[in-house]
Write a protein that binds this ligand. Sequence first.
Ligand code: SDX
Length: 391
Amino acid sequence: MTVCEYKPGLEGIPATQSAISHVDGQLGILEYRGIRVEDLAQYSTFLETAYLLIWGGLPNQNELDHFQYEIRNHRRLKYRIRDMMKCFPEGGHPMDALQACAAALGLFYSKRALDNPAYIQNAVVRLLAKIPTMVAAFQLMRKGNDPVQPRDDLDYAGNFLYMLNEREPDPLAARIFDICLTLHAEHTINASTFSAMVTASTLTDPYAVVASAVGTLAGPLHGGANEEVINMLEEIGTVENVRPYIDRCIQEKHRIMGFGHRVYKVKDPRATILQKLAEQLFEKFGGDEYYAIALELEHVVTERLGGKGVYPNVDFYSGLVYRKLGIPTDLFTPVFAIARVAGWLAHWKEQLGENRIFRPTQIYTGSHNQSYIPMADRLQIWDKQPLAGRV
Ligand code: SDX
């Protein structure tokens, strides 16, 4: 057996072979199925991109029409899911609500048939269609309102903003939101996708796969950073406060939210596009007080940490776009999840194609041949050693 080196966080260790997306972290290039994300952002829509990721090629007009039709038909939630959501505490985080709702779909669509293409297709459609409705419904319900029903005449992005804000969105706002979804749709073997793949490899149902991925995305080191960025901008408060804030973070070894990436050692190409989208929105709908702080932050972090390859990542400018679209801060990560469902499902499908259960090894650091301590003697040990410190 070959002895391999332990790498914390599995840095640089290939966990799979995949044809879905590719990142060149030195050049700042991201491709979905070989197509640059900049081109998809400009010419494609989120659903077209989701189709590309999941089915492996761009759809022709008939295929796209059919896919969109299917999604429109599955946007509504069963009343029992809505009733379940009514019992969620208003103060709970929307990512927790989303995780519970995604898992609950497994109860309603419980006949798992992973070798049946129709089952795979239905699961893809259901998840893509219902996740935005769940996010918007939770937002209205926690305010004490009934959820707004989806509108069949609106496209994917426009319908979500409509369900969320209870009014038809401006066409530019809807288009920009759709581009945001495209930019967040997929990103190789990030933490939540890895989580989805591990879950998928047990041959459980796709709702459990997505629920586990949602739970993983929620953390502040991953998708949860977009919410933390806005909290950080609020805490900093003024452009003058940026430099002392960064100095303090560096001195106290605190991570600056929205910066740094395991793969990118230059500015994330998605951050560059998101920044331009934010500027487009500011031009049409007025500026954002936090933008000047964000620009100064990028300037100072680049100056101080650019040498280590720490630059803005996808989560840095997305929040400024979402704020302008009327999306509350704690929905930023659920919005990320709406988009990333496409990538998770693509990896789920790819995993099923050549499945082997994930079962890595470990390097054991505990002891051996310890004697069993009789109950009467254990209290003494507890007295000497606090519980948390015991091996
Ligand atoms: C996403 O993987 C993906 O693809 C994820 C994602 C996707 O689309 O799925 O791109 C989405 O999750 C974006 C990342 C969002 N998270 C944040 O913005 C949180 C802040 N960033 C970091 O904590 C960090 O950069 C990570 C978690 C993103 C990456 O962590 P790594 O690869 O384990 O890097 P590290 O923490 O070990 O840092 C390496 C060096 C350190 O310096 P040294 O100790 O080597 O001298 O870079 C420095 C760090 O100090 N560093 C930072 C920093 N990020 C890296 N220093 C200050 N602030 C930061 N944000």
